[in-house]
Each structure stands twice: as C-alpha cells, then as structure tokens.
Design a protein around this ligand. Structure first.
Ligand code: FRU
Length: 495
C-alpha cells in the first residue's frame, strides 16, 4: 500500500474507536510478533524516548505512528517497568495536538525536576508550503499520568547558522544546572550537536557546538546523548550520510560514539581518538541511555532503520526496541552487556554440553526461536585453525540459516543473513563483519526472539543486532568446526 501525505498526517481522533482494535487484532496474527521485546501493537515504532527512572519505576516511551508501517504523524507511546524485563503498556502519552507539534511529537528525553518527571522533545511543524519548523518543548507528567506541555516552546525554530534539521534534545542535570544536547545541521549541510544550558529548564541558552573535531562527518546527527562513565565522557549519536569503509558503516545510517578523557562543558571541546560504530549488526539506530538508581548506564535502541523496507510492513506494523544493555568503558571502547535483570526470562536449560568438536554438531530442539544461547570456544595452541560456524534459524537441510562465522586466521566474526528466512534490505549487503582483539578463545551470548538476533561478543566487546524473519521449521541450530575446537554450549528457553 502507498500512503498519501494526507493519510500519513490524518489524526488519531479522525479514526473510529474500533479501528485500532481491529488493526491490533490483525497485527496479533503475525508470525513475527516478538516474545520479550518492546514492539508496537499496531503501526510503526522508531526511537526510544524519555527513558528515565522516576519514583520507583522505569519510564520508557517510543516514537509511534499508530496506523501503519510508515513514518507518519508521530506520537509517544508510554511503558513502565520495575525491572527492565516486564513492561506495562500505559498507552499513548504525547499527541501532536498543538500548533507547535502539529506534524509530530518527535524524539526527546526525560529528566526529574521538583520531584516530577519532565520531558523535552521536538515538536515538528510543517507549514502550508511544507517547510519544516522544529520546536523544542518541555512537558511535565502530572499525578494522573497526563502531560502538561509548556508553551510557547522553550526553543522555537532553529538557531541562526543551522537548518531546520534541529531535533532530539537529551537533557541531564549537573550541579543544579540543566543541560541539553540537540542534533543539528549546519547551514553548510554538515551534522553537529548543539549544547544548551538552563537554570530552571524553562529558559534555555545556547552555549555553542560540541566540538568533536569532526567538521565534515555526514549531513545530520540525530539522537545525541552525552554522559559520563568511570570519569570518561561519552558522546553517542546517530550520524547520517557516512559512506561504507572496509568493514564499517554498511547500514544506511550509523550509530556510534567518541570518548573523551576529560571534557569541560564550558570549553565544549571533546578530544578523542576517533568515532566508533556501536553495533556491528544490520538493524541498530537512534540509541538512548538512562541512569539506574544503582548508577548503571543503561542503553536501548531502535532495532530498525529509516528508509528500509521490512517484511512486516505489509502487516501494518514494524520494528521493536533492543534489549536493555548496561554500558561500561574498557580500553577506550564502549562495552555493552545485557542487563543482569534479563536472567529472569530464563526457563529450563534445554542444552548443556561441552567437549572437543571437529566436524558438525546438529542440535535438535523442539522450542521456537525464543532462547538465550552461550557458546564458549577455545582453539588449541597449535598452528592453523579453520573457521567455526554457528547456524541459527536453520531448516532441516541447513539450507536456510543465519550464519555466524568465527575465523581465527583473521580474528574476524561475520554474520550472514543472505539465506535466513524472508530476505529483505539486501541492497545494503547481506553480511556484516567485526574484528576482535584475539581469537584464542571467544565467547558468544546470543538472544534469539521470534524475529531478532542480538549477539554479545566476549562480554560485550562487540555486538551484532539484527532483525530476521525465519519461517515455519526454521528453528534449528548447527555448529561446525573445520578443525578441532574446545567448546561449551548452553541454551535456555526464554519466557
Ligand atoms: C530518528 C528520528 C529523529 C526524529 C524521529 C522522528 O530516527 O528521525 O531524528 O526525532 O526519528 O520520528
């Protein structure tokens, strides 16, 4: 179905009451519905927004177009959780219902002020001539869960020297001052990030550009985030317009980071040793982090990308969020690990074996594609070793499969989606490769849900996040070692 502009911007209130119910019933029939990931009941999900721990609960919102799998009029959908595992759907929270956000409640973040949850987001407006006007708006959650928008906007329009691509405020508080980083495009059409400051979160003052020493790095930087871990400053963002380079930057758009040893907010200069992609998989974008009460920095992301068609589009729903991950910094790199709360998903351990393997090992299982798998490999200390492959989502003939290849001669790990389930996004390539430090030993922790695979390499040294759409009977597992390898494999069925 082609969506006209009129259809994309039709108001929720212009639909009959049971329209969404009927749509949700139809979507629920999809064979690709996830079991333990946040996904929309109808329509399209994109960025995680407003991720905040407040008053004993996690609050997480996502960008939502309710009516179909297209980027139309965006709302915020609200979820809460006490454990980052079970999420309660609170329903639609922010609607595009004012003249300052008439064409979409775009991305933003949450912060706590005066004991109340606050939000700062981008109100997207299109004029009659379809010119874009971005407004940065602050809102407050009231006792009854409703939101009060403070209007006129905190920042109306785009500042001089920058285009109308100005969005996605990420707010934090430091020593009683509120700061916000906002994604921007310079007038010369290069991407950057602006830093603002406020004493009351009402009046905002532009401090300037965050100088990350990347003057010509793509045409727009979306979803910036700036935070400290272990005394280092991390600037995380999603640049658009980066060309592929070796094994890097093969997705349509990237998400990555730079790390500074010491960043002074007043100097704005962020010295680092280069931009690094955060995830090596096919579907990862628009991250957002939050701090937990025990001081952990937790990240989630959109498990999807703009401008890419997905197999569920024809079912009128698309995308999900990644699992929450705990961040840390090790040797100048960001490490991502699944949050420890996720062990609560484990049911029975249905595979547990170890030994020496040379040749093929097929693991038959009855369960569907909903499990956690841990594979530890150690290559014996002799000369040459052949690659090891692990196939997931395999059919009986191993003709259809998602293949992970570990090559100790190059220290590279490659994932191959070319023969997995329903093919899609093939024009962006069907493999992705990550180089690791060494491969004498390697550890994979893999979360498979009905239509996604998240791979954590060596306790988070690298990750691969991907959507997959396997069909009936494509749930097998096979491990093949080209030469002898010491392995141990454990698998938990997940709830
Ligand atoms: C990123 C993004 C943001 C914007 C939102 C709109 O995916 O383009 O920059 O605020 O999505 O849905």
């Amino acid at each position: 179905k082609e969506w006209t502009r009129e259809e994309r911007y039709k108001k929720l209130s212009d639909y009959s009451d049971n329209y969404l119910d009927e749509l949700a019933k139809r979507v629920a029939q999809s064979p690709f519905r996830q079991n333990y990931h946040i996904q929309p009941n109808t329509g399209l999900l994109n960025d995680p927004n407003g991720f905040t721990y407040f008053d004993g609960k996690w609050h997480l919102f996502y960008q939502w177009f309710p009516m179909g799998a297209v980027h139309g009029l965006k709302h915020w959908f609200h979820l809460t959780s006490t454990d980052l595992v079970q999420w309660n759907e609170e329903g639609v929270a922010l609607l595009p219902d004012t003249e300052y956000d008439s064409h979409g409640v775009y991305s933003g973040s949450g912060f706590v002020k005066d004991g109340q949850l606050h939000i700062m987001y981008t109100g997207n407006v299109r004029t009659e001539k379809w010119e874009r006007v971005p407004n940065q708006i602050v809102a407050r959650m009231e006792e009854d869960g409703s939101f009060t928008k403070f209007l006129p906007p905190a920042i109306a329009g785009n500042p001089a020297g920058y285009t109308d691509h100005f969005r996605d405020p990420k707010v934090w508080e430091q020593h009683g001052i509120y700061y916000a980083v906002i994604g921007a495009q310079r007038s010369d059409e290069t991407g950057t990030i602006l830093l603002y400051r406020s004493v009351d979160a009402v009046e905002w003052e532009l401090m300037g550009e965050v100088d990350a020493g990347l003057p010509d790095f793509g045409y727009m930087w979306e979803c910036p985030d700036l935070f400290e871990i272990d005394g280092k400053t991390v600037l995380l963002f999603s640049p658009q317009g980066i060309e592929p380079e070796g094994d890097r930057y093969h997705n349509i758009f990237q998400t990555g980071y730079v790390i500074a040893d010491d960043f002074r907010l007043d100097e704005l200069k962020l010295a680092h040793d280069g931009f690094r992609e955060l995830d090596a998989g096919f579907d990862f974008y628009a991250t957002q982090t939050a701090e937990s009460p025990d001081g952990r920095r937790i990240l989630t992301a959109w498990m999807g990308l703009p401008d890419v068609a997905y197999p569920t589009d024809s079912e009128d729903w698309a995308h999900c969020l990644t699992l929450p991950r705990e961040l840390s910094v090790k040797e100048g790199k960001l490490i991502q690990q699944p949050v420890r709360e996720l062990v609560a998903l484990r049911k029975e351990k249905s595979v547990s074996e170890a030994g020496l393997l040379a040749g093929e090992k097929r693991i038959e299982r009855n369960g569907g594609n909903c499990y956690e798998l841990q594979l530890d490999l150690a290559f014996p200390t002799s000369d040459k070793h052949a690659p090891v492959t692990l196939d997931l989502c395999a059919d009986a003939a191993n003709d259809k499969r998602f293949r992970i290849t570990l090559d100790p001669s190059t220290n590279k790990i490659t994932i191959d989606r070319s023969r997995c389930g329903i093919p899609f996004a093939q024009s962006y390539g069907t493999t992705r490769t990550l180089a690791v430090g060494q491969m004498d030993t390697v550890k994979l922790q893999i979360f498979v849900d009905t239509s996604s695979i998240e791979i954590f390499v060596n306790d988070g040294e690298g990750t691969f996040t991907s959507r997959v759409f396997p069909q009936a009977g494509e749930n097998g597992l096979s491990l093949v070692a080209g030469s002898t390898v010491d392995y141990s494999l454990a698998l938990w069925e997940l709830a």
